[in-house]
Design a protein around this ligand. Structure first.
Ligand code: SF4
Ligand code: SF4
Length: 367
């Protein structure tokens, strides 16, 4: 995947259409953090001009959520320009130190949190012995499998209850490398693409099911560009749960609750998965929508290094995403465990409860 970043940025006419588009404009109401300011800073960087601290800040304040792409009349993929700018800044040692810490953790330890591999065993129920080969491979990803293992366990319990022929990798699982991709480390990401593709294929799985919408996007869309097409197809857990519910292999009851669905950016904007999570939630609750939903959903503000480098600004978006369902008297169903982890850091005892789709289905399962 060789992108001519400079050429992409050069196409920009500074028309202003994306100037006030960006979750970080929404969070700060400051045009310095809108998408156009980011393209402008990247273009000066590519031209060899010196950058100010504010220029660097706006380049690092990007989750690569792709909200701005719809705004651009020239279809400039602004998140790709940002990826290139970060790669360029890495070459001249001007990325935040936390970028290096996270990248090292992924490359050497297999997760952004540098967890020992055995941490990935905590989500596996004692009565599940993962077979070596199966038709489906469930991959929870780092945030679900390591940081919030109860979320991955809920999915595994549902798959067990449905009778699906599936397996998991446990302590052999390795990070998808999203952070490396978001920060322009494509050579290192390609090594993970090779490693993970071979590992997944060794299980003989026809379908890889991800808990994480970013793993889903990386395995499905990025690895084939970095390495090659895999022998399996890739789906998100919401697509599998929808089918298991439709087929009657899982049965649920209505809970009487109101639940707002938070669309994950890569799932909805890069992969168009919008209806499956809503169909699942509608079976167990009254579905409540955010004012900004589907393709226009507001990013949680955490990915691509924003949460560790600018936690307060990332937190403002999390608070907005908690306050709206609270006003509407709804709990929150998420399609992304990283959204859940981030938003969960800003809840109070009176806040809406945040659960994954699998947790919500499991709570309302009929024997
Ligand atoms: S990709 Fe998202 S975070 Fe990045 S500039 Fe565009 S809207 Fe902002
Ligand atoms: S909308 Fe496109 S052309 Fe206009 S300022 Fe943004 S990136 Fe440039």
């Amino acid at each position: 995947m060789i992108e001519d970043y400079h050429k992409l940025a050069e196409q920009c006419t500074f028309c202003g259409a994306c100037a006030e588009v960006c979750p970080f404009f929404t969070a700060t109401n400051d045009i310095k953090y809108g998408a156009m300011a980011k393209v402008e800073a990247a273009r000066r960087l590519f031209s060899g001009e010196p950058l100010t601290d504010e220029d660097l800040k706006t380049i690092f304040l990007c989750t690569r959520c792709d909200e701005c792409h719809k705004a651009c009349p020239l279809n400039i993929p602004i998140s790709v320009v940002i990826q290139g700018a970060r790669a360029e800044l890495r070459k001249i040692n001007r990325v935040p130190e936390k970028y290096n810490t996270i990248a090292d953790a992924i490359i050497k330890m297999g997760s952004p949190m540098a967890a020992p591999p055995e941490k990935r065993l905590a989500y596996i129920p004692e009565d599940f012995k993962p077979p070596e080969r199966a038709r489906y491979l469930y991959v929870p990803g780092c945030w679900s499998g390591i940081r919030l293992p109860e979320t991955a366990r809920a999915s595994v319990e549902l798959l067990m209850r449905s009778g699906l022929d599936f397996t998991v990798l446990g302590d052999r699982e390795w990070c998808c490398g999203l952070f490396l991709i978001d920060t322009g480390m494509l050579r290192e990401a390609r090594m993970l693409a090779e490693k993970n593709t071979a590992l997944f294929e060794s299980t003989g799985a026809e379908t890889v099911v991800t808990e994480c919408p970013s793993c889903h996007d990386v395995f499905k869309n990025v690895y084939p560009k970095l390495f090659r097409e895999p022998k399996y197809k890739v789906i998100h857990i919401s697509e599998l749960l929808r089918d298991l519910l439709r087929d009657g292999r899982l049965k649920v009851r209505q809970s009487g609750r109101r639940i707002a669905y938070k669309d994950p950016c890569p799932l909805v904007r890069r992969n168009g998965v919008e209806e499956a999570p809503r169909e699942i939630l509608s079976r167990v609750a009254e579905l409540v929508e955010y004012n900004r939903k589907g393709w226009d959903a507001l990013c949680c503000g955490a990915p691509a290094g924003v949460k560790p480098v600018y936690p307060e600004i990332a937190g403002r978006l999390a608070e907005m995403l908690i306050e709206e369902p609270a006003r509407k008297g709804a709990d929150i169903g998420v399609g992304c465990v990283f959204c859940m982890y981030h938003m969960g850091g800003f809840t109070k005892p009176s806040s809406p409860k945040i659960k994954t789709l699998s947790q919500i289905v499991l709570e309302n399962l009929v024997e």
